[in-house]
Design a protein around this ligand. Structure first.
Ligand code: NAX
Length: 334
């Protein structure tokens, strides 16, 4: 068996982590023969709960799990890690303004960026899930200048999965018969779920989604708002935010980043914008369609046609991300 890799998960005592850790430990993310050492970070008051999670992981008796290290110290959690999944964040409390939430979170991600910079492997792959995920990823990157900027991504895969599942249900096909759905922009209600370039396989044929669904009004209306508001709908129904589906989104994102995307397919990831791609300004973590090679390197898929409807949507979400970034930089005085 190969040497274990080291994987950090933050917010490890929380509800997403509870659904996620088992999948990582049993080889669903980094491969069925890849042993892992898992380092689990949470805050000091949660150490008791975290110890319970560690006991359960041990009791799963998983052969690929070499060791589990719980800690409240980011420098212990990130020491020599190959991958870091940053789930932990300050939750939005009642009466809290969006700006207060942003302020609390950018500080957390500044501290974690500095710790990654100091102790993680220089080729560490960092996935940020804790909200506001895109801006938190940007801040983490900013405070880890010794790590390549491409190694910081934010999760929009749950949104992609939500969009894919809506189309699959509408066409009465399994979810894996729908491919190349794109989420552009922010993991927020301004995101743009775009199916203009997506394909449905049905009865042995590949059809563009617009031809398979045959309902342009739905695709340009309720489909988009359903995906944009799906997180809120789950909270309203469950009185808790998405956790099982968020964990599945993390597994899908990290697995594709680690092993590469399938031939002819692309996936959505929040990645750093260079200012020359699809008219999106520089220095934002923006969700784009990406193809990943077997060596973990990825490229934004170029050359997709953006019509007037899409242009408007891309600009709205880019504007929100620009404002979020400017507010975050102002709080941190950078
Ligand atoms: P929970 O509140 O269940 O768990 C969060 C955990 O993070 C807690 O155990 C808390 O103690 C810990 N934590 C807080 N500050 C920390 C710090 N500085 N270092 C380490 N741990 C810290 O939330 P959960 O439902 O697990 O959600 C976690 C985050 O994911 C939230 O910010 C949530 O908004 C975000 N989400 C992001 C999604 C995405 O698609 N990008 C979707 C799902 C989810 O809403």
């Amino acid at each position: 068996m190969s040497e274990p890799i080291r994987v950090a998960v933050t917010g490890a005592a929380g509800q997403i982590a509870y659904s996620l850790l088992y999948s990582i430990a049993r080889g669903e993310v980094f491969g069925p023969t890849q042993p892992v050492v898992m380092t689990l970070l949470d805050i000091a008051p949660m150490m008791g709960v975290l110890n319970g999670v560690v006991m359960e992981l041990m009791d799963c008796a998983l052969p690929l799990l070499s060791n589990v290290i719980p800690t409240d110290d980011p420098e212990v959690a990130f020491a020599n890690v190959d991958a870091a999944i940053l789930v932990g964040a300050m939750p939005r409390r009642e009466g809290m303004e969006r700006k207060d939430l942003l302020k609390a979170n950018v500080k957390i991600f500044m501290v974690q960026g500095k710790a990654l910079d100091k102790v993680a492997k220089k080729n560490v792959k960092v996935l940020v899930v804790g909200n506001p995920a895109n801006t938190n990823a940007l801040i983490t990157k900013k405070f880890a200048p010794s790590i390549p900027k491409e190694n910081f991504t934010a999760m929009t895969r749950l949104d992609q999965n939500r969009a894919q599942a809506q189309i699959a249900a509408r066409c009465a096909v399994p979810c894996n018969s729908v491919r190349n759905v794109i989420i552009w922009g922010n993991h927020s209600s301004t995101q743009f779920p775009d199916v203009r370039h997506a394909v449905v396989s049905k009865d042995g044929k590949d059809l563009p989604v617009y031809d398979a669904v045959k309902d342009d009004a739905w695709l340009k209306g309720d489909f988009i708002t359903t995906v944009q508001k799906r997180g809120a709908a789950v909270i309203a129904a469950r009185k808790l935010s998405s956790a099982m589906s968020a964990a599945k989104g993390i597994v899908d994102h990290m697995k594709d980043w680690w092993a590469g995307t399938k031939e002819g397919e692309y996936v959505s990831m929040g990645v750093i914008s260079d200012g020359n791609t699809y008219g999106v300004g520089k220095d934002l973590i923006f969700s784009f369609p990406c193809k990943v090679a077997a060596d973990h390197s990825y490229q934004v898929v170029g050359g997709l046609d953006i019509d007037t409807f899409s242009r408007e949507k891309l600009d709205i979400t880019a504007k929100e991300l620009t404002e979020e970034r400017d507010d975050a930089y102002a709080f941190l005085e950078v």
